[in-house]
Design a protein. Structure first.
Lengths: 826, 144
C-alpha cells in the first residue's frame, strides 16, 4: 500500500501546484479574456486533474472537474467569452477542488462533498453559450488577428505538436494530457508524462520555423488563422506543409528540437523534501562550528601541514555552507503569486478596482523566512486593498484614476531583503490615528504633543489598534498590524510605514537573508564575550584616554559622542546588562561599536573588540526566548558559549531610539552649528604705520604679490597688468591716512577682489593672518573708510569698509551687479 | 503495585528522584556562560556536544540557600518538549527502584516555592525521595 501512498502524495503535491497555477491563470485571463495561451493552459490543467482523479477513483473530483472542463473547452474553442461571472464560478471550481483534495489528504478519501450547486451553475453557464456563440466568431476573429501577429503565442504551437514527436513512455501518474487536440476531445485518461511547467516556456513551433528561416511570419499567421477557422484539429505543422510553406522534414526537425527543449528544462530540476534540506543545514552548521574549533587550534600548533589542511577545510566548509543555503532560497514570487488571486477576490467583493504590480519577483529568501513572512505580507496586502485603496468613485472625485495601483517591490540591500508594499490610495491620516490612539488609551495627551507625524502614523502597530469604522471580515479586528509587526520582528526583521494623507502609503519590511549562519563581531564586556551580528554593524571607533573624555558629552543626562559632525548616543553595554564595569584607569582606550537599529545609529561601549567570525545561531531555550536583548547564542571557536546581542533591542532598552532623545540631540546640533556660523573668517592685514585691519575673507578673491617694477600709472592711479586685465590699485595706507611710514619695498602685497569680470586690488603693507573669530565685541567707530573695530586675536583691529575702498579704486566695480540686481541688463 | 526506576540527586539536604526516562544524561560540572538580566534561576548556558543548553539552578528554583562558594554543581540533563535542559544539583545519586506503594503526598517540611515543584515523595528505607515535577521546574516564566 506504500506505493499507493506515494502516488497519492505526488498527486496531491502536483495538484496543489496546478491549482495555484490555475488561480494565477484565471486572474490573468480576466485581464485578457481572449488569451488562447491562458485558456489552453487552464484547460490542460483541469483535464489533468480530471484524468488522474478518474484513475485514482475519486468520483466526485472527476465529475466536478469534468463539468469545468466542458465549460473551458467552449471557452477555448471560442464559443464563449470569459466574463467576470464565469471567472468567478471557475475560481469557485478551483476552491471546490482544493477542498476535496484537503479531505483526500486528511483521510485518503473524498468524503462526500456536495458540489451539486456548483455543478449546476457550471452546466447552466455552459448551456447559456448558445446565445453567445452567435457573437463569438467576430470576437474570435479579432482575437486571432491580434495573436497571429505576435508569433510567439505558445498555444497554437503546442496544440500542433504532432503525436509522433510527443509520445514519451506512458507512466503511472498522469501528467498533462497529450497535446493533440484530437485526443483531448473525448479520449480516456492518457497516462503521459510530459513536464508541465516546461510546456509554457518552450518555443512555439511557428516561431521555431521562422527562426530557422523555413517560413515567413505571414505564412504562420495565415496558417494559424486557418487552424482556428477550420477547427478540425489539424496541427500547425500540417497546415504549413499543406500550404507548401514548409517541408515535412523541416516541421519534424522543429518539433524535435521543441520536444528536446521541453525535456531539458524539466530534467534540470529535482524535488527535494524540505526536512532533508533542514537536516543538511543543521549538519553544515555543526560543520562550521567544528571548523572554527579546528582552525583555532591549528593556528596555535604551528604544524604546516595541519595549518594547510585546516585552511582547505575552511574554504570547503564555506562553500558548502553557501551551497546549502542556496538550496533553501526561494524567490519571493512563491508568496506573491498567490496574492494575485487574493487581490482580485478582495477587489471584487469590495467593489474596488486594483492593479497589482510586482518588481523583483525573483528576489530570493530563505525558505523558513519566506514561510514566516507569508502571513504578514498577505495581511498588509489585504489591508492596502481594504483600507488603502479607495472606491473608484472616491478616487475619481479625488482626481485619481479609478483603478488603484498596488506595487510590491523586493530587493536585496546590505545583507537584508527589503519588501515594499506601496499603494496609491488614501494614505494614513496621522491626526485620525492620534485621536484613535488617545481614545483607546494607548497613548497620553502629553506623549502625543511631543510626537512627530511619522511617529503618530507608526502607532498603527500598537496592540489593540484599529481605525476601521466597521470591522470587515478582512481586517480591522485590531489584531492585525501589531501581529504583523511581532511576526516580522520574531524573525529578526523590522517593519515601518510611510504615508502621505490622500496620496498613499508604503509599508517597508526588512528581513535578514538567513537565520542560521551569520558573520558577527565578538566583543568583550565585563569579562564575558558577546557576539554582534555584522548586519547591524556600521563602524568601530577607538578613543584613546583623553579623546574619550573630550569627545563624549552629556545631553539630557545621557552620554553622546561627537562623530564627524553628528551626535551619536552612547550605550555602555556593561550598564545595560547590569554588570559591574571593569573600569580601570582613565588612560585605557575606549572601544565603541557603532550599530544601526532601524534607521538610527548608536554607539555601544565595550571593553574590547575581539574578532569577526562566522557563527552558527543557536536559538535560546524557551526560558530565555523572551529576553529581547539576546538574539540567540553561539559556540565560539574555543568551545565556550557566547550570547548574541540584538542591536535593536539593546537600543530600545537603553532608550536610545526615542523621540525625546532625538529632539534634544537635534537641538544640540543646531546649537553647535550656530556657534560655527557666527564665527567669521577674517583676513588680517597690516598698514604702513602698523595699524591692523581686518576684512572678511569670504569676499577676497586672491592674495597677490607684485614686484614694484610691474606697477604702472594710468592718470593718477597705480595699476598693474594682471591676468590679461588692467588691475586698478588702491593703496590702503594712503587711502586711510597711514601712508608714508613704511620702508620702500620691492614688492607690493595686494588683496585682489574680482567680480563679474572686474578686478580691484587693495595694497597693504603686510598680510598678517587669517583669523576665525566670533565677532562679539564690535564698536562702531565712525571713521572714514571703516566699519568699526573689533577684537581679533586679542588685539584691537579695525574693520575695513571694503566696498568703499573698492569704489575708491573702481567706481564702476559694483555697477554691473547692481544693474543686474535691479533688473536692468548690464 | 508498579515499580519505577528513578534517577536520584541531592540539592541541599534533600534527595530528589526523577523518572529515568526523562534523564538524557548526567555529567559533571561544565563551564557556564552567564546570562545577564536573566531570571535568577538561570545558572547559565553550557555547551553540550555542540548544543547550547540552558542550565537551571535547582537551589534557587526550590527557594533553598545558594551553594557555598567554591562548590561546583553537577548537571542532570533532562529531556523536555523544547529540547534538553540541565538541572544544576549538588550531588548525583544512583538509580533506584521505587514502587508506587511507597508514594505519598508532599511532606509539610518543604515550604516556599519548592512545594509547587514536588509531586510527592517516595518513602524508601530510612530516607524520603522527593519526586520532582520536571515540567514545572523548568517553567521559570510561569512563576511570578
Amino acid at each position: 500500500m506504500d506505493e499507493m501512498d506515494e502516488i497519492l502524495g505526488e498527486f496531491l503535491v502536483e495538484s496543489h501546484e496546478n491549482l495555484d497555477q490555475l488561480d494565477r491563470d484565471l486572474v490573468a485571463l480576466e485581464q485578457e479574456p481572449g488569451s488562447r495561451a491562458l485558456l489552453g493552459s487552464i484547460f490542460r490543467t483541469i483535464h489533468t486533474i480530471k484524468g488522474t482523479s478518474g484513475f485514482l477513483g475519486f468520483g466526485a473530483l472527476e465529475s466536478v472537474t469534468h463539468v469545468g472542463e466542458n465549460l473551458l473547452s467552449k471557452l477555448r474553442d471560442g464559443e464563449m467569452v470569459l466574463t467576470q461571472e464565469i471567472a468567478g464560478v471557475l475560481l469557485e471550481l478551483v476552491d471546490a477542488v482544493r477542498s476535496i483534495l484537503e479531505s483526500i489528504e486528511a483521510s485518503a478519501e473524498e468524503g462526500s462533498p456536495d458540489h451539486a450547486d456548483l455543478i449546476a451553475r457550471l452546466t447552466a453557464l455552459q448551456c447559456g453559450s448558445v446565445a453567445a456563440a452567435v457573437t463569438a466568431p467576430p470576437a474570435q476573429a479579432v482575437t486571432i488577428l491580434s495573436h497571429s501577429v505576435a508569433v510567439t503565442e505558445p498555444v497554437p504551437a503546442s496544440e500542433a505538436v504532432v503525436p509522433v514527436a510527443a509520445q514519451p513512455a506512458p507512466a503511472v501518474l498522469a501528467g498533462p494530457p497529450s497535446t493533440n487536440p484530437a485526443e483531448e476531445q473525448g479520449a480516456a485518461v492518457e497516462p503521459v508524462v510530459v513536464p508541465e511547467p516546461a510546456a509554457a516556456e518552450a518555443t512555439p513551433l511557428g516561431e521555431l520555423l521562422v527562426e530557422k528561416g523555413v517560413v515567413q511570419p505571414e505564412d504562420v499567421s495565415v496558417a494559424l488563422m486557418e487552424q482556428q477557422v477550420a477547427s478540425d484539429g489539424r496541427p500547425l505543422g500540417q497546415i504549413l506543409v499543406e500550404h507548401g510553406k514548409a517541408s515535412k522534414e523541416d516541421v519534424g526537425d522543429a518539433l524535435e528540437s521543441q520536444a528536446a527543449a521541453k525535456r531539458s528544462v524539466a530534467d534540470s530540476t529535482i524535488r527535494v523534501d524540505v526536512d532533508l534540506l533542514d537536516s543538511l543545514m543543521r549538519l553544515v552548521g555543526e560543520l562550521v562550528l567544528t571548523r572554527n574549533q579546528i582552525v583555532q587550534h591549528a593556528g596555535g600548533m604551528g604544524d604546516q601541514n595541519l595549518t594547510r589542511a585546516s585552511q582547505r577545510l575552511n574554504l570547503i566548509a564555506s562553500e558548502l555552507q553557501e551551497g546549502v543555503m542556496k538550496t533553501r532560497m526561494q524567490p519571493i514570487d512563491h508568496v506573491w503569486s498567490k496574492l494575485t488571486r487574493v487581490v482580485r477576490d478582495l477587489g471584487v467583493s469590495l467593489g474596488k478596482s486594483v492593479k497589482l504590480e510586482m518588481q523583483g519577483r525573483d528576489t530570493e529568501l530563505d525558505k523558513t523566512i519566506l514561510e514566516a513572512v507569508k502571513d504578514p505580507l498577505t495581511h498588509l496586502v489585504r489591508n492596502a486593498v481594504d483600507h488603502g485603496i479607495e472606491s473608484p468613485e472616491e478616487r475619481v472625485r479625488a482626481g485619481k484614476t479609478p483603478e488603484g495601483t498596488l506595487l510590491l517591490r523586493a530587493y536585496h540591500e546590505g545583507g537584508q531583503v527589503i519588501v515594499e508594499i506601496t499603494d496609491d490610495g488614501g494614505g494614513i491620516n496621522p491626526k485620525k490615528i492620534a485621536a484613535k490612539a488617545l481614545e483607546r488609551g494607548l497613548v497620553s495627551a502629553d506623549e502625543l504633543a511631543r510626537m512627530s507625524e511619522r511617529e503618530m502614523t507608526s502607532m498603527i502597530f500598537l496592540p489593540g489598534f484599529s481605525t476601521a469604522a466597521k470591522v470587515t471580515n478582512v481586517s480591522g479586528r485590531g489584531v492585525g498590524m501589531d501581529v504583523v509587526k511581532t511576526n516580522i520582528e520574531k524573525i529578526g526583521g523590522t517593519v515601518d510605514v510611510q504615508s502621505t494623507h490622500g496620496e498613499g502609503s508604503t509599508f517597508r519590511i526588512k528581513i535578514p537573508l538567513t537565520l542560521a549562519i551569520i558573520p558577527a563581531l565578538t566583543v568583550k564586556c565585563a569579562g564575558d564575550r558577546y557576539a554582534i551580528p555584522q548586519v547591524s554593524l556600521v563602524e568601530l571607533v577607538r578613543l584613546e584616554g583623553e579623546d574619550a573624555s573630550k569627545g563624549i558629552e552629556q545631553i539630557s543626562g545621557a552620554p553622546v559622542l561627537r562623530l564627524r559632525g553628528s551626535l551619536l548616543p552612547l550605550v555602555h553595554l556593561d550598564n545595560e546588562l547590569g554588570l559591574a564595569a571593569e573600569r580601570s584607569d582613565e588612560q585605557r582606550a575606549t572601544f565603541i561599536v557603532v550599530l544601526q537599529a532601524e534607521d538610527r545609529q548608536f554607539g555601544l561601549v565595550v571593553d574590547e573588540v575581539l574578532d569577526t567570525e562566522e557563527i552558527v545561531v543557536k536559538p535560546l531555550s524557551q526560558q530565555l526566548k523572551g529576553m529581547g536583548v539576546y538574539a540567540g547564542a553561539t559556540i565560539l571557536g574555543d568551545g565556550r558559549v557566547a550570547l548574541i546581542l540584538d542591536a535593536l533591542a539593546v537600543a530600545q532598552q537603553a532608550h536610545v531610539v526615542n523621540a525625546a532623545r532625538d529632539r534634544a540631540m537635534a537641538e544640540r546640533l543646531t546649537e553647535l552649528d550656530g556657534i560655527a556660523s557666527s564665527t567669521e573668517s577674517l583676513l588680517v592685514v597690516g598698514l604702513e604705520d602698523g595699524r591692523r585691519m581686518a576684512v572678511p575673507l569670504a569676499t577676497v578673491t586672491r592674495l597677490e604679490e607684485f614686484p614694484l617694477t610691474q606697477i604702472e600709472r594710468v592718470g593718477s592711479r597705480q595699476v598693474v597688468q594682471y591676468r590679461g586685465q588692467i588691475l586698478p590699485l588702491v593703496n590702503l595706507s594712503s587711502y586711510l591716512g597711514s601712508g608714508g611710514f613704511g620702508d620702500p619695498q620691492e614688492s607690493l602685497q595686494v588683496v585682489v577682489y574680482s567680480e563679474r569680470g572686474r578686478s580691484v586690488g587693495l595694497v597693504v603693507d603686510r598680510i598678517l593672518d587669517i583669523a576665525e573669530e566670533v565677532l562679539a565685541a564690535k564698536s562702531d567707530l565712525d571713521d572714514h573708510g571703516l566699519l568699526g573695530s573689533a577684537v581679533v586675536q586679542n588685539k584691537i583691529t579695525e574693520m575695513l569698509d571694503v566696498r568703499q575702498a573698492i569704489l575708491g579704486a573702481d567706481p564702476y566695480f559694483y555697477s554691473a551687479r547692481e544693474l543686474e540686481e535691479s533688473g536692468v541688463p548690464a | 503495585m508498579s515499580t519505577q526506576q528513578l534517577s536520584t540527586f541531592s540539592v541541599d539536604r534533600y534527595d530528589f528522584g526523577v523518572e529515568v526516562a526523562t534523564v538524557q544524561e548526567v555529567i559533571r560540572y561544565q563551564e557556564m556562560t552567564r546570562v545577564p538580566l536573566a531570571p535568577q534561576s538561570i545558572g547559565g548556558l553550557i555547551n553540550l556536544r555542540g548544543q547550547v543548553i540552558t542550565a537551571i539552578d535547582l537551589r534557587h528554583r526550590l527557594g533553598l540557600p545558594p551553594r557555598k562558594p567554591g562548590v561546583l554543581p553537577m548537571n542532570v540533563v533532562v529531556r523536555t518538549d523544547d529540547g534538553a535542559v540541565s538541572l544544576l544539583v549538588d550531588k548525583i545519586g544512583e538509580v533506584v527502584h521505587a514502587s508506587s506503594d511507597d508514594f505519598e503526598m508532599p511532606p509539610e517540611t518543604l515550604s516556599g516555592p519548592g512545594r509547587e515543584l514536588i509531586r510527592g515523595a517516595y518513602k524508601l528505607d530510612g530516607c524520603l525521595l522527593l519526586a520532582l515535577d520536571v515540567r514545572r521546574a523548568i517553567d521559570i516564566n510561569a512563576a511570578v
